[in-house]
Design a protein around this ligand. Structure first.
Ligand code: ZN
Length: 118
């Protein structure tokens, strides 16, 4: 597998920074909506159920979002110390195509595939 060239690396780091910013924004946006339902006023029983349901989805998404943010931060740290773009499992270069789709990917497609099927 070819190493990333400087231009590709720069492009991916820019993607990571954009991704980090939008994830942080998403967490900020959802923050105000995750207060306990009981603190809300004037909602009936049915809408309260809806509210709790929506909230559980929102909280699940927040967990996904904050985990993704962690992965992005790790990738950015790797970018800083020159270890970005290598598979944490086999050490091979992760394909640019894959990083372009998932700039925070920490495994190459082969390792990711075997990790998921095992
Ligand atoms: Zn690998």
């Amino acid at each position: 597998m070819d190493e990333l060239n400087d231009q590709q690396r720069e492009e991916l780091i820019k993607d990571l920074e954009d991704l980090e910013a939008s994830l942080i924004e998403l967490l900020d946006l959802t923050q105000s909506k995750t207060k306990p339902v009981s603190l809300r006023e004037n909602i009936g029983r049915l809408s309260r159920m809806d509210e709790m349901h929506n909230q559980s989805i929102l909280l699940a998404n927040r967990t996904v979002t904050s985990n993704r943010l962690k992965a992005v931060k790790i990738a950015l740290a790797h970018a800083n110390d020159g270890n970005y773009g290598y598979c944490e499992e086999c050490g091979n270069t992760i394909a640019f195509r894959r990083l372009k789709a998932y700039p925070d990917a920490s495994m190459c497609i082969a390792c990711k595939g075997s990790a998921e099927s095992s």
